[in-house]
Design a protein around this ligand. Structure first.
Ligand code: UTP
Ligand code: MG
Length: 281
């Protein structure tokens, strides 16, 4: 309401992320996508930040230069943390697909367990240099596709194509929304243990890319996503100041050029590694 009033109904406001997908922990944030029906006003992120300040919101931080510009704030009345992102259409589409995956109740619970673990261990904040909750969700779905019998289908085979253009590039955001009947009878505990076993001991991050649209890993070589730059330890110890690339390659299901580990910094990568080791020790 605040945004519509300020921008004279020139805006569309939609929610996405876990408030839409069904993979929400009660502690999740609220993700909002703002798009302008007509021309986007100049310095729009500044205008939104000022508006939120006038409305009494707390902790307002703007990240205008990110690939998707974001304003973060918290609402003192509800206590909710909110992310407003601009023109984040692909996120709306991938949230629709995640919602389709969440139809399978045990998969939904399993993803929530993985997200809960990552949040308790403080390794689920892209802004602090670890992986986003979204990336953890993709890791969990990939595992659920690979266990036998599978707990998750691949929703990007046998689907009706739905090409959309976004920032000058075409993306196919179609997916198969059919009901999936799993034959998997594993308990949640055993699913979680096998998740840790896969990613802590059996996954080779040098050669494998997490890819839920493929239903199984892709090769870093074929994708040209081989790890480049120093190792996290070399950066943390100051032995090398270079930049790491493709440190934990995870492919976005619609934007195939987007590696979700792009945000991971050396300290973050080491924390994630340590947390996996801590589980299996
Ligand atoms: P979050 O990481 O907040 O996931 O990304 P979440 O499931 O809502 O996690 P919690 O419950 O708040 O902790 C929100 C949405 O942003 C999009 C996805 O649609 C995701 O569902 N997203 C996020 C991307 O498209 N790309 C990214 O790199 C990160
Ligand atoms: Mg969220």
């Amino acid at each position: 309401k605040i945004l519509s009033r300020r921008f004279n109904n020139n805006v569309t406001v939609e929610t996405f992320g876990s408030s839409k997908t069904g993979f929400s922990l009660n502690s999740g944030d609220l993700d909002i996508c703002l798009s302008f029906n007509k021309k986007t006003p100049t310095r729009v992120m500044d205008k939104i930040s000022r508006l939120l300040f006038e409305e009494g919101m707390n902790d307002i931080r703007s990240i205008p230069k990110a690939s998707v510009p974001i304003v973060k704030f918290s609402d003192p009345r509800s206590g909710l943390d909110v992310d407003i992102s601009l023109d984040n259409q692909l996120a709306i589409y991938n949230s629709d697909m995640l919602k389709s995956y969440a139809q399978e109740h045990r998969l939904q619970q399993f993803v929530q367990m993985v997200k809960y673990w990552a949040s308790r261990r403080d390794i689920n904040e892209a802004f602090k240099g670890t992986l986003s909750s979204y990336a953890w969700t993709l890791l969990a779905i990939q595992h659920a596709q690979m266990i036998q019998p599978p707990l998750a289908p691949n929703r990007q085979i046998d689907f009706q194509s739905k090409p959309v253009s976004f920032q000058g590039t075409m993306y196919d955001v179609g997916f198969n929304n059919d009901e999936f009947m799993t034959k998997n009878k594993q308990s949640l505990a055993s699913l979680l243990l096998s998740f840790f076993d896969r990613y802590a001991t059996r996954w080779d991050w040098e050669s494998m890319v997490v890819s839920i649209r493929n239903g199984q890993p892709l090769s870093t070589r074929e994708k040209k996503w081989e790890h480049k730059g120093p190792l996290p330890l070399e950066i943390v110890t100051g032995a090398d100041e270079g930049r790491m690339e493709h440190i934990m390659p995870i492919e976005d299901p619609f934007n195939h050029e987007h590696d979700l580990s792009r945000v991971v910094r050396a300290e973050g990568a080491m924390s994630i590694q340590n947390e996996f080791l801590r589980v299996i020790e």
